[in-house]
Write a protein that binds this ligand. Structure first.
Ligand code: MG
Length: 417
């Protein structure tokens, strides 16, 4: 018989604010917001401590708005290199138990400890040891989910926090997981949640017990994937850190100096990216693309990814952008502001229309449009600098990037199959 896997998902609680309270003990008893840099006059709240949360301070709002609700609110500027240092120390604790560690953002990791149990005891025992060790050695807390698949392990770490372990077993998942809202499931975006609710599906249990054909007819292949997730049939592997997947694809990504807080802002970047991808595609002999992939990175550096088929093979920036936005709405839950987006295309076909006498002309036209759009964006957002793909990086994140934290990668992230 195949051994059941044992997967942990470990999540540093309230991470940025916890690190700041360690560095500034005098702020421990005060409501605290961790904000974007001062040079950005609109400094968005990236994280807050429990006291600020109790006063209604929300992630993604600008500091002065938060201060209205909570006049005593203290502010510190986010120091990403410091957070990364703590994050790496905590990962070194995980390393004591397994080499199968897949980061999900700066503060979360999946650990496959299936083979570690002979040495260290049960998954719950390992989770408890990790929890105790991290607290004792670094003064921050984690919550850990223990399960046989990544999706349920992640749900487990969300269920009880801070400083807690939740085990989701084949015996208890119906009572624990199935009563949660379907939107709590990882990778259920706002549009997906809405579609599910129209179908009368409000909990994960509803989703698990829904008719698969009906889900597929409403959501396509994604419906079948979510059905499996809800039933605990996610068999995706914990990918060892640093593993990259090679794929023949053309992609581009953008990181912003300021987090994007609504869909309109995201749409502008998706259009820019799709145009640049279309322009690059037209410079190759790959033909037209049939598949679009997006990645979205939130401001705690978690990646969301999804791919979808185009209605027909295309080289059009607009068609790529339309598909990219659809995927975004399906997969992004908007729990946090968006830091970076990536668009790539793959699955190329050399159709009869491959020869295009006007391609040179169109290339130029696109390049002009792209420049004009970037100029417009800069005008609109002032010192929000828009950066092109892999050439330029977010200065605030430069230190992270050098150390290999995966900031943006058009083909990276965890993808629904
Ligand atoms: Mg966390």
């Amino acid at each position: 018989m195949k051994t059941e896997r044992c997967i942990l998902h470990s999540d540093l609680n309230n991470f940025y604010a916890s690190v700041e309270m360690l560095r500034h003990p005098e702020l421990r008893e005060k409501p605290l917001a961790v904000c974007g840099s001062m040079e950005d006059r609109h400094g968005v709240v990236l994280a807050k401590n429990g006291l600020a949360k109790a006063m209604g301070v929300k992630t993604g709002e600008v500091f002065w708005q938060a201060k209205k609700k909570c006049p005593a609110l203290e502010r510190v500027t986010a120091d990403f290199p410091a957070y990364l240092r703590v994050s790496e120390k905590v990962r070194a604790v995980y390393d004591r138990y397994t080499d199968l560690i897949e980061p999900f953002g700066i503060d979360e990791c999946w650990l496959d400890v299936t083979a570690s149990r002979d040495l260290f005891g049960s998954g719950r025992k390992i989770a408890d040891e990790i929890r105790e060790t991290v607290k004792r050695e670094f003064g921050v807390t984690v919550s850990v989910g223990v399960s046989w698949n990544k999706i349920f392990a992640k749900l487990g770490s969300d269920m009880k926090k801070p400083d807690a372990v939740t085990e989701i077993t084949p015996e208890n998942y119906r009572e624990t997981v199935w009563r949660l809202p379907a939107a709590d499931l990882l990778f259920v975006g706002a549009a997906t949640a809405k579609k599910l609710s129209f179908m009368g599906i409000s909990t994960i249990g509803d989703l698990a017990n829904a008719d698969e054909d009906r889900l597929v007819s409403e959501l396509g292949k994604w419906g079948s994937t979510l059905h499996r997730y809800a039933r605990g049939e996610d068999d995706s592997l914990v990918r060892p850190r640093g593993e990259t997947r090679e794929a023949k694809s053309i992609g581009n990504s953008l990181t912003c100096y300021r987090d994007l807080v609504n869909e309109d802002e995201v749409r502008i970047l998706m259009i820019l990216l799709s145009d640049s991808v279309a322009a690059r595609l037209s410079e190759t002999d790959l033909g037209r693309a049939r598949t679009v992939k997006i990645t979205v990175t939130d401001n705690e550096l978690r990646h969301y990814g999804k791919q979808g088929k185009l209605e027909r093979p295309t080289r059009s920036g607009k068609e790529i952008a339309d598909c990219a936005m659809k995927l975004f709405r399906e997969v992004y839950p908007w729990r946090l502001p968006v830091r970076a987006v990536g668009v790539s295309v793959c699955d190329f076909s050399l159709g009869a229309e491959q020869l295009d006498l006007f391609s040179d002309y169109r290339k130029e036209e696109r390049a002009e449009k792209l420049d004009a759009a970037i100029a417009k964006l800069r005008g609109k957002y002032g010192n929000l600098a828009v950066q092109r793909g892999t050439v330029l990086k977010d200065k605030r994140l430069a230190d992270l990037d050098v150390k290999g934290a995966h900031i943006i990668h058009p083909d990276g992230g965890y993808e629904g199959k």
